[in-house]
Structure formats: structure tokens, C-alpha cells
Design a protein around this ligand. Structure first.
Ligand code: NDP
Length: 403
């Protein structure tokens, strides 16, 4: 029985809070704070209607450390779950250090003025979290999150070593809009248009954004073009699976998405440098995000499935030589929407956030300091995925990937 404070009131938060309410045996009290109180209230109302559980709501600027510290101290949660934006990671961690409360997030810190995300800033807080006797669990979403746990599960149950790892993220959903992103547009576009980086031969190798494309036949979705890009779990996977010779991340994009993005880039609409417009400083990408469809509005119209998984090749645990395994999860947009009122991208992130929170609160995953998903036993997390709406499958492939 534990009290939790969730920060942020977007699609991921909505799913996570619904799922916490559905598991009241673990989450005895759920508190929700975000910049816009009405968004917290809308989630609380939906949770009450769907589950009968009351969620307390608050307005907070998570970049105001003293105010956030005071709120955490007033509520007295055992855990703060950060589902705001990556920009707020460090201020929320600072407030958790002040209040002496555990911390969890789903995306690593990114400064607003440089489109560069890495774990360094958060890993640097390890000693302070340790000295304070509290823990931070980083990246408990799907990717990062489940994709790292998948790799560690394969290492525990199938492969003694992982030589190559490919993470394949396919969203086969169609929202019926000409152009929209399925999570926060600003974060999504910064991520997609960054140079691709993959791990090879003990270092990161950089290639131009979206320059490597492969067609792949995804179970339950079909043939899709996927593009190699950088994704943050590559950094923690390279650290915690040091024997890997190569690790890559792939994401599917339709031709229409790529065409729109190319035009927006060419005309300067995804720049993050502020420009002067009618006497005001505006950041083109932030303006674009403001006019694009809000991800949380896409739920009712999105049809199709997501399919996200890891393909790993390495030395089999049973001594039978080199083997390749594909471990994956398929999620249906319409089923996800029926359950919590949010599409599958929010669902596949919000459920692992709830699971990570449950494992921290119950002590199944515990420690003092700053931790990544790879550092804990994958089994309880994998069991909970099966029980809470994200069932997974694993199969052996005849040979390593050819691409
Ligand atoms: P949204 O943009 O829908 O929601 C973000 C929420 O954070 C909004 O409610 C916003 O408030 C709030 N917020 C922003 N700034 C502040 C602030 N200064 N103080 C308080 N609240 C603030 O994002 P998503 O729900 O799509 O994503 C949430 C997080 O999940 C992001 O960090 C994203 O990167 C991550 N993510 C992780 C994935 C994974 O698999 N690991 C996949 C998808 C997302 P307001 O409503 O007022 O704007």
C-alpha cells in the first residue's frame, strides 16, 4: 500500500494513472500534478468513471524546484513518477533529492536549447541519490524501458552473450491525419531528425538522419520501411551489455510522414533556434508543435497495431552455438483506447511506467542511487507485462538479421 505522485498530464500519464488506479492494492493513493490543472482534472474524472478511484490533482511548474519540493513534502509520496517532458528530469530529480523520495521517469534528460539527449546528466546524480538513501529508476517506458528488459531477459534465459542487437519499433497505426506525431511533437521531431548513431566496435558511429532504410515484414502489421536512428537505450545497453559488437535502433515511418518532415525541415519549421516574429521570440518547432494535432486527441481515430521488439544474436546459454532470438510485443490501438481512452503509443509507455513504479514501491526492484532498467532482474517486470496488457512472445530465428 503506497502513495505515489505522478507529474505531467499528457497521454502517457493518463494511461499510467488509469493503470495505477486499476491496481489499488499497490497504489493506495494516486496524486497527479502538472502545469495545467484542467488536464489533471480531466484524467482524474476519467479514472473515477472507469475505476471508481479518486485521484487528487494539483497545478505545478516542475521546473520550480522549491515549489515542487514543497508539494512533494506536503503530499508525502513514496515515489515520484515523472511523466512530464525530458526537459524537467533534472529539476524533478533535484526536488526528490530535497524531499528524500524515490524517482522514476521514461525518457532521459534533454536540454531545451540543444537537441541532444544522453544519460550523463542523470548518471552524474548517482552519488547524491546514494548518499540520500533513495533510488532513481531511469527510462521505464517501452523504448527505453521494455526494450532493455527484453535484452536482459534474453541474456538471462537464452543467450550467454549478445553479439548483435537490433531494436525494431513499428507503429502500424493509422490516425487518419495528414501529419501528426503519436507522442509529444516537439520531442518526437527532435528525436527523429537528429543524426543516427549506432553502437559498433566499442563506439558510437554517426550517420546522417534517416539515411539508412530497410523494408521489414512485421508480424500483425506487414511490410514497412524502417529507418536507423539513435535512441537513448543504446547508451545504457552498451554500458550494461559490454560484449555487444553492434547495437542499432530502427523505427518505421510512412512515406507521407517522411515527405511532410522533409518539407517542414526545408522551410525551417523544425528549427529550435528562436526567431523574432512580430516583436516576439518564437521557436519554430514549438510553434509547429502548437498547431499539430495533440497526440492525446488521436486515440479515437487510430486503428492498427504497434509491434516493438528486439532481435538478438549471440552464444546460446545451453552451449548449442550461436542463436538468434526475436522477442516482441504487439499492441492494438483500438483495444488500448477502449481500456484507458488513449492510443497504443501512450499505452505502451504508460503501462511499463506503472510496472516500474509497482516494482519500486513493492521493493522487488530496490537500491540506492541512479539505476537503469538493465540493472534489475527482468523476470518480475516481464511477468507484469503479461498480466497488465502488454503480452510478449519470443521465437528463435533461423539466422541473424541480414540488414
Ligand atoms: P505530453 O506532451 O502529452 O505530456 C507532457 C505533460 O507534461 C503535459 O501535461 C505538460 O503540461 C506537462 N509539462 C510540461 N512541462 C511541464 C512543467 N514545466 N511542469 C509541469 N508539467 C509540465 O507528452 P507524452 O505524454 O506523450 O510523453 C510524456 C513523457 O513520456 C515524455 O517525456 C516523453 O518523452 C516520454 N515518452 C517515452 C516513451 C518511451 O517509450 N520511453 C514513449 C513516448 C513518450 P501541459 O499540458 O501544460 O503542456
Amino acid at each position: 500500500m503506497s502513495k505515489v505522485l505522478v507529474i505531467g498530464a499528457g497521454g502517457v500519464s493518463s494511461v499510467c494513472v488509469h493503470k495505477m488506479a486499476m491496481n489499488a492494492g499497490i497504489f493506495s493513493e494516486v496524486h497527479l500534478a502538472s502545469r495545467t490543472l484542467s488536464k489533471c482534472d480531466a484524467i482524474a474524472e476519467s479514472v473515477l468513471t472507469r475505476t471508481g478511484v479518486t485521484v487528487s490533482t494539483y497545478a505545478i511548474d516542475a521546473e520550480d524546484v522549491p515549489a515542487l519540493t514543497a508539494l512533494i513534502e506536503r503530499i508525502g509520496p513514496k515515489l515520484v513518477v515523472n511523466l512530464a517532458l525530458p526537459y524537467q528530469d533534472l529539476t524533478i530529480m533535484e526536488a526528490c533529492l530535497n524531499a528524500g523520495v524515490d524517482y522514476l521517469d521514461t525518457a532521459n534528460y534533454e536540454p531545451k536549447d540543444v537537441a541532444r539527449f544522453e544519460y550523463k546528466w542523470q548518471w552524474d546524480l548517482h552519488d547524491r541519490f546514494k548518499a540520500r538513501g533513495i533510488m532513481a529508476l531511469l527510462g521505464s517506458g517501452f523504448d527505453p524501458g521494455v526494450t532493455s528488459v527484453f535484452a536482459m531477459w534474453l541474456k538471462k534465459h537464452k543467450l550467454k552473450t549478445i553479439r548483435t542487437l537490433d531494436i525494431l519499433d513499428c507503429n502500424g497505426g493509422d490516425h487518419g491525419q495528414a501529419f501528426a506525431t503519436n507522442f509529444n511533437p516537439e520531442i518526437n521531431i527532435r528525436e527523429v531528425t537528429a543524426p543516427a548513431r549506432h553502437w559498433e566496435g566499442g563506439q558510437f558511429v554517426e550517420t546522417p538522419p534517416l539515411s539508412k532504410k530497410v523494408e521489414f515484414d512485421f508480424e500483425a502489421v506487414g511490410l514497412k520501411n524502417m529507418y536507423m536512428m539513435y535512441h537513448e537505450e543504446l547508451e545504457s545497453l552498451a554500458r550494461f551489455i559490454p560484449e555487444m559488437e553492434r547495437a542499432r535502433f530502427w523505427m518505421t515511418f510512412g512515406d507521407a510522414y517522411i515527405n511532410h518532415l522533409t518539407v517542414l525541415k526545408n522551410v525551417g519549421m523544425i528549427d529550435i533556434e528562436p526567431i523574432e516574429y512580430q516583436g516576439q521570440q518564437i521557436v519554430p518547432l514549438q510553434f509547429l508543435a502548437a498547431v499539430l494535432p495533440k497526440p492525446e486527441t488521436l486515440g479515437p481515430t487510430t486503428k492498427g497495431k504497434t509491434n516493438i521488439g528486439d532481435i538478438a544474436t549471440g552464444e546460446a546459454l545451453d552451449g548449442s552455438g550461436e542463436k538468434t532470438f526475436y522477442i516482441l510485443q504487439i499492441c492494438d490501438h483500438e483495444e488500448a483506447f477502449a481500456e484507458t481512452g488513449n492510443q497504443a503509443i501512450s499505452y505502451t509507455t504508460g503501462v511499463p511506467a506503472m510496472i516500474g513504479a509497482a516494482l519500486v514501491l513493492t521493493g522487488a526492484w530496490s537500491g540506492e542511487g541512479v539505476f537503469n532498467m538493465e540493472q534489475f532482474d527482468p523476470d518480475p517486470f516481464m511477468d507484469m507485462l503479461n498480466k497488465h496488457g502488454l503480452p510478449w512472445t519470443v521465437k528463435e530465428l533461423a539466422e541473424p538479421v541480414e540488414f
